[in-house]
Design a protein around this ligand. Sequence first.
Ligand code: SF4
Length: 295
Amino acid sequence: MEVIRIAPRGYCHGVVEAIRLAKRVSAERGATEPIAMLGYLVHNEHVTDELAKSGVRLVDADDRMAGLDQIGSGTVIFTAHGISPAIVATAKARHLNVVDATCSDVTRTHDLIRSLTDDGFHVVYIGKRGHPEPEGATGVAPEHTTLIETVDEVDRLDFPPGTRLAVTCQTTLSLWDTQTIINRLRTRFPDIEVHNEICRATQERQEAAVTAAASVDCVVVVGSPRSSNSVRLVQVVSERAGKPAFLVDTADDLDPAWFGSVRRVGVTSGASTPTQLTRAVIATLEALPGAPTPG
Ligand code: SF4
């Protein structure tokens, strides 16, 4: 079967920097104090398993404050998805050593929300409920932000007359879904100030996947079901290009039945997927026979 390697794919700068930071902290402090990451450093279990082997314990709780209660001493690493100021303050008050692996693109969104709300705006934040990035971002100014997830929620928004509104978003959403929600917001609130914060890594990977999907029979996305940007890659290939798309964590998840009538398959991967997993998926696909050429 012909395998088309879609580029760019795989690790983004935020993931590379977060992993590098966690490894450095583990090397420098691992022998003298306990080290914990508060949630998945990046959303890939293979990455966090590797870090666990080097002494960085994963503390995964429903919310970050509950997780923080499980870290009694030593160093706490905040994940690439960002963290709310209340959690940082609590960790410091408990005399934990704080290491912040927040991606610089997420930090920029936090700074934006802080600046907008300081200026008197109320911020509508488009993001996925339960994901750590919206938890951290809306935590910058909880009284002055409203989290929405779908276009239908725009119609239910209600603000006092005279409220100055701005909109921003999670960095890893679908480009097209987010634009649809922003368009509806503009229709309902014509003066709303728009700050689309989908990061460049997400944009480039989604656009490349949709473009490549036009010339293949289906697309395989290598990534964890936890990973927002990996799940969105599957979604945009299916919705924008109208091609089947499959999410696999490793090569073991590939089902040959998916490829019975496939001659060309595209492969991409999420921003937190280790390269060796994608390589193994490509090798497995290349070994499959593929559909016979018609005629
Ligand atoms: S996907 Fe974007 S926001 Fe998330 S870590 Fe990568 S560069 Fe940063």
